[in-house]
Design a protein around this ligand. Structure first.
Ligand SMILES: *Cc1c(COP(=O)(O)O)cnc(C)c1O
Length: 222
């Protein structure tokens, strides 16, 4: 099937409450344009330079999501245009995003990445670190007015064990529900739970995902 066919098939299977991020990392602009022409306007990349190059080359009504691990010194290259940063995993990074957003006269939406997998290689915050960040965000409103925490992101363990994946997604959903009990402030407005990729997105949706990040099922293997 073509990219457009893959995309439309996946889109028609998603509940209306779930947003699709088409993960286009490593793929050429011609592939992205095929998805664009089929109606897709949200693309996810995991390298800042590659995302910036594609942003420059492509139509300006696209929302670009950074889904990869972010190095603090590269935030400035995406601050002018990025619409959602999924992988925020430290206060230091959040402060840098705030600084660069301010320079660009913007408010940048962020998701805090939570560590839910049983793999040492994955990034993310544990619950204690999450609470530290929330405490800071809620008590230092003046300082962080150019970021907005709009939810959480997580990646399940890469395994065929559906029970384990389900357990991890359910855990993340419970943290999301906890976040929702916090008083809303200008920079804390949780609404998005980013979980689910090509291999596990139906299960993620069952567990409460509101945003899925799908690459290979749309664009083919990498
Ligand atoms: C690559 C990537 C995806 C998409 O993975 P697929 O298995 O190709 O759908 C989703 N989320 C993150 C963080 C990724 O790096």
């Amino acid at each position: 099937m073509s990219i457009a066919q893959n995309l439309l098939k996946i889109k028609s299977s998603l509940p209306s409450t779930v947003t699709l991020v088409a993960v286009s990392k490593t793929k050429p602009i011609s592939d992205l344009m095929e998805a664009y022409d089929a109606g897709q306007r949200i693309f996810g990349e995991n390298k800042i330079q590659e995302m910036a190059d594609k942003w420059e080359a492509m139509p300006k009504d696209i929302e670009w999501h950074m889904i990869g691990h972010v190095q603090t010194n590269k935030v400035k290259f995406m601050a002018p245009f990025v619409s959602l940063i999924h992988g925020v995993d430290s206060l230091k990074l959040l402060e840098e995003i705030n600084k660069q957003a301010k320079k660009n006269n913007r408010i940048i939406d962020c998701l805090l990445q939570i560590y839910i997998a049983e793999e040492e290689t994955k990034f993310g915050l544990d619950e204690e670190e999450l609470n530290e960040i929330l405490h800071f965000v809620q008590n230092d409103k003046e300082g962080l007015e150019n970021i907005r925490i709009v939810g959480l992101m997580g990646m399940a363990t890469f395994t065929d064990n559906q029970e384990q994946i389900k357990k991890e997604f359910t855990h993340l959903k419970s943290i999301f529900d906890y976040l929702d009990t916090k008083p809303k402030t200008l920079n804390l407005e949780p609404k998005t739970l980013s979980m689910g990729m090509s291999g596990d997105y139906p299960l993620a949706i069952e567990c409460g995902s509101t945003m899925v990040r799908i690459g290979s099922s749309i664009f083919g293997g990498r």
